[in-house]
Design a protein around this ligand. Structure first.
Ligand code: NCD
Ligand code: ZN
Length: 349
């Protein structure tokens, strides 16, 4: 039964993890099937810190998705304590780097080379502000004494606010926001037009109780971790508001199933195969399908100073059941978020 369809400009994903090698080859086509462009996270091992490394990685992504996908990877530079402002500015000028990613050291998966003291990278921020290059922040404090559920809210106060004050025209994206505090803060700065936030599909669907429903669900563990229900509701309200400061970034973060189902399972949720359908379902539930295009296809490019896609995609209200996993050449399946459960929207190929 299919009678409702929705056609929107082809969306972009402003936050993806593609990894490398067999994993890259297995996951990247899923993103390229839905999205025209994606901001590619640089947290490889070793991290992507040079123009050469980013350009080589971009070539490997293009080889994995194929030219016929019509997909453009937008590369990012991983910020370290010793980052070179000249290299970063040069990479931006050449169109290799679209943005810089700032991980506080130790905040999340592969962030060991991240920044230990924000003052170390002030010269880089200075240059980025001059040239209009966006800074993408993983917004969690890393003090091990801080409760994991409080890390995002404290980051706003302790790290983000000083950066915004010290660099009044630096463009900043608070990545994968998970709290009402972040939504309120981004809104409070909306007039400036230089602070935005990405919102993942999974944070619109799960709250922290879901992680522990009937037992521990390692495939629902990611960073920043899902918060209380009131925060999920605030995220749904923000995403479906159509406001320019909120746009789509899945943070799709594949890990082999054995690495998730472990005594110390890693953080990251793999949403790429069903991302746009999961968002569509949320917007439908919120009676806001008319706002999906702004969130998925318009607000992101406008913030980054790019044109919206001229292509379109069509979604159909058709119940189907995605696979539970995808396979990789290395023989390590990756669990898909919502895999094996009915989904009410489907991308029409
Ligand atoms: C990401 C990963 O696996 O690389 N994990 C996650 O839980 N989101 C890193 C990140 O974006 O924090
Ligand atoms: Zn991420």
């Amino acid at each position: 039964m299919t009678d409702t369809t929705l056609t929107i400009r082809r969306p972009d994903d402003w936050h993806v993890h593609f990894r490398d090698g067999d994993m890259l080859n297995a996951v990247a086509p899923h993103t390229a099937r839905q999205f025209g462009r994606a901001i590619v996270m640089p947290n490889l091992v070793p991290p992507v810190t040079t123009i050469q490394a980013a350009s080589d990685y971009r070539d490997r992504i293009m080889a994995a998705v194929g030219a016929e996908a019509g997909f453009t990877p937008l590369m990012t530079c991983y910020l370290t304590d010793t980052a070179d402002a000249d290299e970063i500015a040069q990479g931006f000028k050449q169109g290799v780097f679209s943005a810089v990613k700032f991980y506080p050291a130790g905040a999340t998966t592969n962030s060991d080379s991240g920044v230990t003291n924000v003052k170390n990278v002030y010269p880089v921020f200075e240059r980025m502000q001059e040239i209009g290059m966006p800074l993408l922040v993983h917004g969690e404090v890393t003090d091990p004494e801080t409760d994991i559920f409080d890390r995002e809210a404290l980051y706003i106060e302790q790290v983000l606010t000083p950066i915004l004050n010290d660099f009044p025209s630096l463009k900043v994206v608070m990545e994968h926001v998970t709290t009402k505090d972040a939504v309120d803060f981004v809104r409070s700065q909306a007039d400036s037009g230089r602070l935005a936030a990405t919102i993942t599909a999974h944070h619109l669907v799960i709250n922290r109780t879901d992680i522990f429903k009937g037992g521990i669900h390692p495939h629902l563990y990611c960073l920043p971790i899902a918060k209380r229900e009131l925060h999920r509701l605030a995220l749904r309200e923000a995403a479906t508001s159509g406001e320019a400061a909120f746009f789509l970034g899945t943070d799709t973060a594949p890990h082999a199933r054995h690495a998730k189902e472990s005594a110390c399972g890693c953080a990251g949720i793999f949403t790429a195969p069903t991302a746009i359908e999961t968002y569509a379902n949320v917007f439908d539930e919120e009676n806001a399908l008319d706002k999906l295009e702004a969130f998925a296809s318009l607000n992101g490019p406008a913030f980054y100073g790019m044109a919206a896609s001229e292509e379109t995609i069509t979604l159909s209200k058709t119940t189907w059941t995605p696979e539970e996993t995808i396979e990789t050449a290395a023989g390590d399946p990756v669990r898909i978020f919502g895999g094996g459960e009915e989904l009410a929207w489907k991308l029409v190929d």
